[in-house]
Design a protein around this ligand. Structure first.
Ligand code: SAM
Ligand code: SF4
Length: 330
């Protein structure tokens, strides 16, 4: 699949649920209303749509949410895709998770063919973790991370940099990640969805500032490593691990964008920060064959926008797009 700007689209991120067992302050309001279950794609529909995308050339699948590992029967979906990994038609299948269920699932993820996972963790301080996630338990996540390590999964930690919240802890997190053998990526907070009384301007910490703070303690070396995603990587000389920065606000990373996203209701988004979409659920449910689904996907790819226009400043307090990150999956 090639878009109008000549970019090859071979990476699909699939949100398998909008529900979550956390309520992170930058992601959700505390009293979120979730979708009626009947609106969600069934596990069988998710299997069908993933298989169709693989057939159209998708090489990498990432499952996200909401929290993907709280979706009922999620392993059935992953296991149904293992044969595509074994045949080489799919290069990688992975998840982005908050880690709360990893103690239960780490071994099963490896059995399904996953090699690396992303785990979101913004702090190592128990009280702060509770304050950021509202409902989360840090010890449960740390236990899950150990299970992932034992199972042989490579782990990348994703941390959202939050001004006045975890900016004192950047060095501790980098040292901890180095000791555990995890890569670490910092993410700038993005203006997505109404988050109740919280303000994104208060939360926003530019990663140029994060880098400056880290460079007071660590030797950060330029790295040519490229995961194919928007992160720019450095190597931390002292730990030998990678340090990534995802900076949608201070840089535009769209020129090499190879990805598209689908929500848990089958809404297909061509860009995280724009509203162009297509209804894959209607296409899936309109016939038993996959012809219409394929055509709808290909037509949508021909409308992939050039880039996003996220902006957080004093004149622009509202979200750039009204949907929450937990809808499109981050
Ligand atoms: N629940 C899983 C998790 O937390 O990893 C997967 C879904 S979550 C929406 C995916 C990623 O998006 C997480 O790393 C989270 O920190 C990040 N995220 C959520 N809202 C964000 C926002 N407004 N700006 C930047 N990152 C955000
Ligand atoms: Fe849940 Fe992930 Fe959003 Fe936190 S960031 S509320 S864990 S979906």
């Amino acid at each position: 699949m090639i878009d109008p700007y000549g970019r090859r689209v071979d990476y699909l991120r699939v949100s398998v649920t909008d529900r979550c067992d956390f309520r992170c302050v930058y992601c959700m309001a505390e009293d979120m209303e979730f979708l009626p279950k009947k609106d969600l794609l069934s596990i069988e529909e998710l299997e069908r749509v993933c298989a169709t995308f693989i057939d159209l050339g998708v090489k990498k699948l990432r499952f996200t949410g909401g929290e993907p590992l709280v979706r009922k029967n999620i392993m059935k979906l992953f296991n149904s895709l293992t044969p595509y990994l074994e045949s080489g038609q799919l290069r990688e299948m992975t998840v982005t998770t908050n880690g709360s269920q990893l103690h239960r699932y780490a071994d099963q993820l490896v059995d399904a063919g996953m090699k690396r996972i992303n785990v979101s963790l913004d702090t190592l301080n128990r009280d702060l973790f509770r304050a950021i996630t509202r409902w989360g338990d840090l010890d449960q996540v740390l236990t899950g991370l150990q299970a992932a390590k034992r199972a042989g999964l490579e782990v990348k930690i994703n941390a959202v940099a939050l001004k006045g919240v975890n900016d004192k802890e950047l060095n501790t997190m980098l040292a901890w990640a180095g000791d555990e053998g995890f890569d670490l990526t910092f993410i700038e907070v993005m203006p997505m969805g109404d988050i109740g009384n919280e303000s994104r301007l208060d939360q926003y910490l530019p990663l140029t500032e994060v880098r400056r703070l880290l460079e007071e303690h660590w030797t950060l070396e330029e790295s040519s490593y490229n995961s194919g995603g928007p992160a720019r990587y450095l190597t931390v000389k002292e730990t030998g691990k990678r340090l990534g920065f995802i900076t949608p606000m201070t840089h535009n990373f769209c020129e090499s964008c190879n990805r598209v996203r689908m929500t848990c209701t089958g809404q297909f988004f061509l860009c995280l920060g724009q509203n162009e979409d297509a209804d894959l659920r209607a296409a899936l449910r309109s016939s038993e064959g996959d012809e219409q689904l394929r055509n709808t996907i290909l037509e949508a790819i021909s409308r992939k926008p050039k880039g996003h226009d996220f902006i957080i400043d004093r004149n622009n307090h509202g979200p750039a797009v009204s949907r929450h990150m937990s809808v499109t999956g981050g």
